[in-house]
Design a protein around this ligand. Structure first.
Ligand code: FES
Length: 359
């Protein structure tokens, strides 16, 4: 084992903690020391060393041969149009060549380091991480001189105006974020009003609930006990892509389920928001907006696959697990004269994740 003199030993021995430090142990981790060095065969037997050297360069040349073979195989076994056999041969023989080349390099390098390179242990002395007092003083002085020469501390007008300029320079970047807010519905009186657009969907009284994506209206008698339908407003089909079809759909999508009436526990004021056990909830997760698409028929739980939020449909879609902060908004529904399920109104609260102006 090579023991080298620790150049900082004296400094460590005389090191004292500064008054503010509670721990006063200069070297709390004791040196575990190393076991005695054991010589290898190649260290003591020159013939063994020669053999090891031969093995290593043979492996490296074998690698060269593998690489050359891979290139040759590319030409010898070309891929012929549509020929599965030719593809197999081409891949097999090129692969064998590349595998041999990489394997031989790896084994050769390991053998080189294990048998030929020096394996003596060296000790790297640890040193105190605290800077020397002289260094620390020099840094403080450098700051003081820089402060004095630049006038940063003295010239309050310049300093404060610089702070103002730096803060103001961030504001244009923040303003640009407004461009991310929804701007769709060009024909609507609310185009360009992101708060309105985030707070309302296209559902309104009398609008039929329809299958997604076919747009076929749904009759109450079609919704059997335990079933769950993915729903869009029937009138969505008349919205063009330029007028924000995708944005409207993303806000208005709904899940429609039928539960045994006795399993439902509607919140006060919502007793008539469903019809004979049929209830409709927004499909947009209130966490960060993924579609809550997994319905567990037995437990009446809805699961969001993104971060595993779970909502209890029997209890007003309350959050029972996961990071979502509020229940899924409910769409009030009723049945019209022809038996179709229709909305009683828009949602009574914004769908999806919370946003800063949400009430
Ligand atoms: Fe639904 Fe995160 S988006 S749990």
């Amino acid at each position: 084992m090579a023991h080298e003199e620790d150049p900082l030993e004296h400094e460590r021995a005389s090191w004292q903690p500064s008054p503010g430090l509670a721990v006063a142990v200069p070297d709390p981790v004791q040196n575990p020391d190393l076991p005695p060095h054991r010589e290898r065969v190649t260290d003591t037997d020159p013939a063994a060393m020669k053999r090891a050297v031969r093995t290593v360069y043979t492996l490296f040349y074998l690698s060269v041969a593998g690489s050359i073979w891979a290139v040759a195989a590319y030409m010898i076994f070309p891929i012929e149009d549509g020929g599965i056999v030719s593809i197999r041969h081409n891949n097999l023989f090129i692969g064998l060549g590349i595998a041999l080349a990489l394997l031989a390099i790896g084994i050769g390098a390991i053998h080189w380091s294990k048998a030929i390179m020096s394996d003596k242990e060296f000790i790297e002395p640890r040193h105190a991480t605290r800077g020397r007092d002289t260094t620390r003083e020099a840094v403080v002085n450098a700051f003081a001189v820089a402060n004095e020469e630049s006038g940063f501390g003295r010239r309050a007008m310049i300093r404060n105006s610089l702070f103002a300029a730096l803060v103001a320079s961030i504001i244009p970047g923040i303003t640009l974020f407004r461009g991310l807010a929804p701007q769709n519905s060009p024909g609507s009186p609310h185009a360009g009003d992101p708060v309105y657009l985030l707070s309302h969907t296209m559902w309104k009284k009398g609008m039929k609930l329809a299958h997604d994506p076919s747009g076929v209206p749904i009759k109450a008698e079609d919704v059997t006990l335990g079933s769950a339908f993915h729903v869009i407003p029937e009138e969505l089909a008349s919205v063009s892509h330029q007028d924000g079809y995708l944005e409207e759909k993303a806000k208005a999508i709904v899940l429609l389920m039928r539960l045994p009436v006795e399993d439902l526990h509607p919140a006060p004021g919502r007793e008539d928001w469903g019809f004979d056990g049929i209830v409709a909830y927004s499909k947009v997760c209130t966490h960060v907006g993924c579609p809550v698409a997994l319905y567990e028929q037995q437990t009446h739980h809805l699961l969001c696959p993104c971060h595993q939020s779970q909502f209890d449909v029997s209890n007003n879609a309350a959050v029972i697990f996961g990071p979502a902060a509020r229940p899924l908004p409910q769409l009030p529904i009723e049945v019209d004269d022809e038996g179709y399920i229709v909305a009683k109104s828009d949602f009574h609260e914004p769908v999806g994740p919370s946003f800063w102006e949400r009430h």
